[in-house]
Design a protein around this ligand. Structure first.
Ligand code: GDP
Ligand code: MG
Length: 177
């Protein structure tokens, strides 16, 4: 079924942030094209992907921005955050340091993004259960304290990816409508 000539009611810009190699590009590939690649190099350089969906009978174009390898501290520019109404803050459940850095990414968001931005904390790679170093409870508690939505995902196994993006988009819609 073609989206040609479809009337778009809203365009929502959502940014992916978080340390390098946590799975941001693969979460985006899963959400926008239902694809996954163990070698992510193919997606480097892509600025954003879009997916059009219906929320409450409105046609929403989700424009999801990817960092294209600028995750070094403070390397993501304010242009990246400009106009963003949602953020997926991703860490890797098997790499404790990527969870510890979430506070830095929140500071970045507070410095550069709109103060009403909807934020989803995403613990990715739950399929690697034997390698897990960040518990669900720790992350959930942190998210509650910081007023963030929270979900654990596997881009590889396509677990919770759709709900994570849809929760953010639905919340954005709820706020602006
Ligand atoms: P980015 O730097 O945050 O964009 O991370 P990538 O999306 O490039 O992923 C980094 C590496 O982790 C790649 O080798 C991916 O294939 C792998 N990866 C991403 N998501 C998952 C996942 O859910 N499970 C597993 N096991 N590997 C993943
Ligand atoms: Mg990437």
């Amino acid at each position: 079924h073609s989206n040609f000539n479809q009337k778009i009611d809203y365009v929502f810009k959502v940014v992916l942030i978080g340390d390098s190699a946590v799975g941001k590009s693969q979460l985006l590939a899963r959400f926008s094209r239902n694809e996954f690649s163990l070698d992510s190099k193919a997606t480097i350089g892509v600025e954003f992907q879009t997916r059009t969906l219906l929320i409450d009978h409105k046609t929403i174009k989700a424009q999801i921005w990817d960092t294209a390898g600028q995750e070094r501290y403070r390397a993501v520019t304010s242009a990246y955050y400009r106009g963003a109404v949602g953020a997926m803050l991703v860490y890797d459940v098997t790499k404790r340091q990527t969870f510890d850095h979430v506070t830095r990414w929140l500071e970045e968001l507070r410095a550069h993004a709109d103060k009403n931005i909807v934020i989803m904390l995403v613990g990715n790679k739950t399929d690697l259960s034997t390698l897990r170093t960040v518990t669900t409870e720790d992350a959930k508690e942190f998210a509650q304290r910081e007023n963030l939505f929270f979900m654990e995902t596997s881009a590889l196994e396509a677990i919770n990816v759709e709900p994570a993006f849809l929760t953010v988009l639905t919340e954005i819609y709820r706020i602006i409508s």
